[in-house]
Ligand binder design. Structure first.
Ligand code: CTP
Length: 399
């Protein structure tokens, strides 16, 4: 959830500031880009050097760093962030946030940020209970800010009660859960097929194709970015997922069919981008075939069309997306497959288009929906193409 996300961590003056070192470490470990802003008081509790080393970025404390002559642009910082976390959030900073004050860099960045803001209060029991603090929390909630509630326990003052900042592990778990819950495909089961299939001829040879699996892997990654629980059924490929997806490796068309049938029920979205072999040898030789004759032919039989099989099983609630790779009469063939296989969308690739096809990092697609309306796209990277396909699928879910 946090991979490649830009996070501003604001640290206020509180003894809990010592925990921000662990928090930065956990965010970095989760793949986030972290920039830390310390208030002047926070710098008394934890050194900028510690947080700069852990975050691998300079730490910001003031608008203007006299030693370096660097001006910290609060607007640029606020817009850079995908998420802002203020932890520990002191009663003073919470009051500034609620009141719109900006007499330091942290509160100015807060006012400039357009991203979701999370804050983890840390203060003594009576400060926490005070009507003023509670009124500020209500105000921050009305602004759409999310509080990561403090724990009950021993406080730095020696008192016992509410006000202890949530532990760094709890903050990261809260953040990831909230982000995941708010994603458009949170909890949605998605099935994607990718790559070629290999149909064995004998123990050393097979019939395959040039599919790299790049398009299917990009789709699976993009669906996971949108919060989906993705199962990726892949033929032989060197590709790797960059997101959390459940991968099932198969080799032949019949193995892919079985895996798809097993995983289809309960999925809301299925995208079949695999280049499945249409024919497979009738007999697979148990020993290596020797070159004994001048001519040699292999008897082939049709494989089961997996997409058409799922098209027959599909319920009204399930979205089924197929691909069509064509070399001639492209649009007619694609539309024919859309109807024949009972699909919701078909993605057409033409091998005649520069920038489209096997092994490439780019693709050029046209999408047809059930009303046979078409959307034509430019040549784009396969990641961008995957985003376009996901956008069309999201539109269908909202229709
Ligand atoms: N497909 C499938 N099972 C097969 C063959 C194809 O599920 N045995 C799926 C592919 O994953 C793709 C779609 O069907 O989503 C279209 O594949 P394509 O190779 O373009 O077309 P075919 O239906 O195989 O027809 P033809 O080869 O005659 O063009």
């Amino acid at each position: 959830m946090l991979r490649n996300k830009n996070i501003i961590l604001g640290v206020c003056g509180s003894i809990a500031a010592y925990k921000s070192a662990v928090l930065v470490r956990l965010l970095i470990k989760a793949g986030a880009n972290v920039r830390v802003i310390l208030t002047a008081d926070a710098a008394n509790f934890i050194t900028p050097l510690t947080l700069a080393t852990l975050s691998k970025n300079p730490v910001y404390t003031r608008y203007f760093e006299e030693e370096t002559g660097v001006w910290s642009n609060h607007v640029e910082l606020g817009l850079w962030a995908d998420y802002m976390i203020i932890a520990p959030a002191s009663a003073n900073t919470m009051a500034k946030m609620a009141g719109g004050l900006c007499d330091n860099l942290l509160s100015a960045v807060y006012l400039s940020a357009k991203c979701p803001v999370f804050y983890a209060p840390a203060m003594d029991l009576d400060m926490w209970k005070h009507e003023s603090t509670q009124a500020n929390i209500s105000k921050l909630t009305s602004f759409g800010n999310t509080m990561i509630a403090p724990n009950n326990g021993e406080l730095a003052s020696g008192l016992h009660g509410e006000g202890r900042m949530a532990e760094p592990e709890e903050i990261v778990a809260f953040l990831t859960d909230t982000i995941k819950k708010n994603l458009p495909l949170s909890g949605v089961k998605v099935l994607v097929t990718a790559g070629p299939t290999y149909e064995p001829i004998d123990p050393v040879r097979f019939i395959g194709n040039h599919s790299s699996g790049k398009m299917g892997f990009a789709l699976a990654d993009q669906m996971a970015v949108l919060g989906a629980d993705v199962t990726l059924i892949s033929g032989p490929t060197a590709e790797k997922s960059t997101q959390q997806v459940t991968r099932i490796n198969v080799t032949t068309a019949s193995e892919m069919l079985e895996a798809c049938k097993l995983n289809f029920s309960g999925t809301s979205i299925t995208i079949m981008s695999a280049a499945v072999a249409d024919y497979t040898p009738v007999h697979v030789a148990s020993q290596k075939i020797k070159k004994a004759t001048e001519e040699f032919s292999i008897e082939l039989k049709k494989t089961t069309d997996i997409l058409a099989t799922l098209g027959k099983l599909k319920t009204k609630e399930q979205i089924l997306v197929g691909f069509a790779l064509e070399t001639n009469n492209e649009e007619e063939h694609a539309k024919g497959k859309l109807i024949k296989k009972n699909l919701d969308l078909i993605v057409l690739n033409s091998l005649n288009d520069a920038g489209a096809g096997f092994q490439k990092d780019t693709n050029k697609i046209t999408i047809f929906n059930q009303s046979l309306e078409k959307t034509v796209y430019e040549v784009k990277s396969k990641t961008e193409v995957a985003k376009d396909i996901c956008t069309e699928i999201l539109k269908l879910r909202m229709a």
